[in-house]
Every structure is written in structure tokens, then in C-alpha cells.
Design a protein around this ligand. Structure first.
Ligand SMILES: C[S@@+](CC[C@H](N)C(=O)[O-])C[C@H]1O[C@@H](n2cnc3c(N)ncnc32)[C@H](O)[C@@H]1O
Length: 400
């Protein structure tokens, strides 16, 4: 799947090599901002270290768990028969399916077709929340109903359920009629109509099967686990035997604004109410990160680094080298970490990175930029505990 700020390409560009060589020296690998879980899965599949993947959002930990939570392949053919084939039967018997199919066959004028889809998806469905919340906007009626049936009938067995949920989330991210994320669906304007037509004609079942087959073949060497929660709290549970990877947000726009459709799927709520053109759930249902807020990001980062020093963790940190829209920058990170860590500029990778509407240089989705990889080992002061943990007088002596 496409994910903003994803480190997938950097894994082939120096980051992967560093992760493999460093992880040998630690008992566990911890990805505190897992996102689409590319890094967590890479380490779990390529080393025998157990991996802990953490993110504020449930879809992220669902994607991670589908791979790092298992140590053997699952049989996707069996799952296709057991889960997908029976879902297709149930779905086909639903009167809304008949209407959705009729609608799919009546494209004459795209704008009218989209508006008719919205009207159709106002009909009440008790199967899941996608039909009413996102049908006619992010998804065609056939796609929305199919995803609702797939999610409502996930297998009971834990590993199978996790895998099938991740396959649905990945499939939805490939079918959605939106530009790479779900902040806003394409509207039926002249220029965006071809994108809606293209996206809405993707068969949800075909995409789900494709992702299921791919994910079922992947697994960790050692079973890992996930936590859906705040990195600032999880860090309290870490120790010097953890190698910690940090790839925090660099935009002042919340990730939950961009990925709420996937979050709704992962949470599995039967009903949600949504607002505005973006069809957003209420703010209480969208996780808010201190790292994606200009007013709190610097303090949050400092607090995270202080706690990592207190726990004597070794850290691999990636961040754009310039100043990001949340106010953080590579220089600021080096300055804050320099107090407790020996910070090595491992490498800088030049490329085009997604900005999540978020660097200060324009609104293009992808910008030329460079990303730093920093390797941070606790220095003597870090090893003797950060100044938070020691009496004031010693804090003063240390700072001279
Ligand atoms: C730059 S992305 C990580 C991308 C990831 N490394 C990848 O390759 O896909 C940052 C992630 O941090 C998560 N996040 C933001 N604040 C967080 C917090 N306080 N604790 C845990 N995760 C957080 C966001 O939900 C987002 O998925």
C-alpha cells in the first residue's frame, strides 16, 4: 500500500542494511511509529529478533500484526474458500447488492452516476459502516457493500482474522477513489472523473484475494507483537536490550485525517457518523498526536528522547533534513539527542518523499528532499540516567 512517510524505498537504500547489522546486538526491535509497518515487517522477516510495533492507529497495528504476529505461512486457498467465497454468497443475497450491481451497469454521465451512488448508499445497511459512511464517496456502492460483508464475516481464529483484516485494509487502500490517502475523495469534476471511474471499477474481491495471498505467505522468524497506543507511554516499558526505530510524523496535519477510512475498517464499528466533504468521523474518534501539532511537537520529541535516554536504548532515527511543518527538523533532533546520545549521521538519502501536505515548500504531494538516518547510542550521561532521574545538584554538575 502507499503510505505517506513510508520507509519502504529507504529499506533498499541503506536503512535495511543498518537495521540488519544493528538488530543482531539487541534482544528486541521496537518500531515506535510503525505506519504501514514496512520497517517492522522487514526486521521480523529478515532477523530472528522479536519485533514490537507501535502506532496510535489501529489500521497500522493491524497491518503489522498480520505479518509479525505469525511464524508460519497460512493457507490462502483455504481462507479464500472459507471466508471470501462464503462472503460472496451472503453479499449476493442482499437486496442492496442487486441495486448496487444495477447502478454499476448504468454509467452514462459520470457526475450523475456518482450522485446516484451517493443517493443509493443513503439506504440503511445493517452490515457495516462503509456503505453509509463512504459509499458514493470513497467507494462505489458495490465496493462499499463488499468490504462491509468481508469485515462483518472475518474468521474467528485470531491469526486468520488478523490476516484477513489486513488484506481488506490493503485492498481498500488500493480501490479507494482518493489521491493516495483518504483525506478527501475525488469529486466528479471534469479532471477527476477518470480517476473515480478507474477506482470504482476495481473489484474489491479480486484486490482482497491478491493481498490475502501475498500477506499469507509472509511471517516473522520470531513471533512479535503490537501495541495500539502512544509511543510516549510505550517507551516507559523499554530497556537497554531494545533497539528502537523512530520515524515520527513530520507534518502538522494529523495522520488520522488522512487515513480515517482505514481506521474505521480496522476498528470494525458497525455505525459511525461522518461529516464534511472528507466524510470524517468526529475528532474524538480520530487519534490526535502531539507530534503532529506545531505547538506540542518539539516538547513531545524532547520528552521521547529524554525517556529513551533514561531507558538506555539505542535508537535509529529517520527524519527529513530540513524543517518540517510540525516545527521539527533534523538539526533540532540532533541538538536534543546530543545531550544523552552519541549521534552518528549514518547516511542521508536523497529522493522524492511524500509531504502529507506538510513541508514548508509547497503543496505538491511529493517533494524533492533528503532524509537523515541517525544512529544514536547512549553516551556516558545517557547511561548514568537523564537529568530528570537524578537530584538537581547532580543535574547542575553534569551540565557544566
Ligand atoms: C512517518 S509515519 C511512519 C511510517 C512508517 N515508518 C512506514 O514505513 O510506513 C508516522 C506514524 O506515526 C504515527 N504516530 C503519530 N503519533 C504517534 C504517537 N504519539 N505514538 C505512536 N504513533 C504515532 C502515525 O499514526 C504514523 O503512522
Amino acid at each position: 500500500m502507499k503510505y505517506m512517510g513510508s520507509k519502504r524505498s529507504m529499506l533498499q537504500n541503506g536503512l535495511g542494511k543498518l537495521l540488519l547489522s544493528e538488530s543482531k546486538n539487541y534482544d528486541r526491535f521496537v518500531d515506535l511509529f510503525a505506519g504501514a509497518a514496512f520497517v517492522a515487517c522487514y526486521v521480523a522477516e529478515n532477523t530472528d529478533r522479536s519485533v514490537l510495533a507501535v502506532d496510535l492507529q489501529s489500521y497500522s497495528t493491524a497491518l503489522a500484526e498480520a505479518v509479525i504476529g505469525r511464524t508460519a505461512q497460512l493457507d490462502s486457498i483455504v481462507l479464500i474458500e472459507k471466508w471470501i467465497d462464503s462472503v460472496v454468497e451472503l453479499r449476493n443475497a442482499d437486496p442492496l447488492w442487486k441495486k448496487a450491481i444495477e447502478h454499476s451497469q448504468q454509467i452514462k454521465n459520470t457526475k450523475k452516476w456518482v450522485l446516484q451512488a451517493r443517493e443509493l448508499c443513503e439506504m440503511d445497511s445493517k452490515i457495516g459502516s462503509l456503505w453509509n459512511a463512504y459509499g458514493g464517496h470513497y467507494f462505489s456502492p458495490t465496493q462499499a457493500l463488499t468490504f462491509d460483508y468481508l469485515l462483518a464475516n472475518l474468521p474467528k481464529n485470531k491469526n486468520e482474522r488478523t490476516l484477513c483484516l489486513a488484506a481488506c485494509i490493503s485492498a481498500a487502500s488500493e480501490c479507494v477513489a482518493a489521491p493516495g490517502h483518504t483525506a478527501q475523495p475525488f469529486q466528479p469534476t471534469k479532471s477527476a472523473r477518470p480517476f473515480i471511474l478507474d477506482a470504482w471499477q476495481r473489484d474489491a474481491i479480486t484486490y482482497c484475494k491478491k493481498n490475502l495471498v501475498y500477506l499469507a505467505s509472509r511471517h516473522a522468524q520470531t513471533r512479535g507483537r503490537v501495541i495500539t497506543g502512544d509511543a510516549l507511554q510505550v517507551v516507559e516499558k523499554l530497556s537497554s536490550s531494545d533497539l528502537v526505530f523512530i520515524d515520527p510524523p513530520y507534518s502538522s496535519v494529523q495522520y488520522s485525517r488522512f487515513y480515517h477510512v482505514l481506521e474505521t475498517m480496522a476498528r470494525g464499528n458497525k455505525r459511525i457518523s461522518v461529516n464534511g466533504v472528507g466524510r470524517y468521523p468526529s475528532i474524538q474518534d480520530r487519534p490526535q498526536s502531539q507530534f503532529s501539532n506545531m505547538g506540542t511537537a518539539k516538547e513531545a520529541l524532547k520528552s521521547l528522547i529524554d525517556k529513551l535516554a533514561e531507558k538506555k536504548c539505542t535508537v535509529i532515527f529517520t527524519f527529513p533534513s530540513g524543517e518540517a511543518s510540525n516545527g521539527l527538523s533534523g538539526e533540532y533532533i540532533k541538538q536534543v539527542a546530543g545531550e544523552f546520545f552519541n549521534v552518528e549521521d549514518y547516511t542521508t538519502i536523497n529522493g522524492r518523499f511524500s509531504t502529507l501536505g506538510g513541508n514548508n515548500e509547497g503543496r505538491d504531494a511529493r517533494q524533492a528532499s533528503s532524509e537523515l538516518i541517525l544512529l544514536m547510542r547512549p553516551n556516558k550521561r545517557g547511561l548514568s540516567g537523564s537529568s530528570h532521574g537524578i537530584p538537581h545538584i547532580w543535574g547542575c554538575l553534569f551540565s557544566v
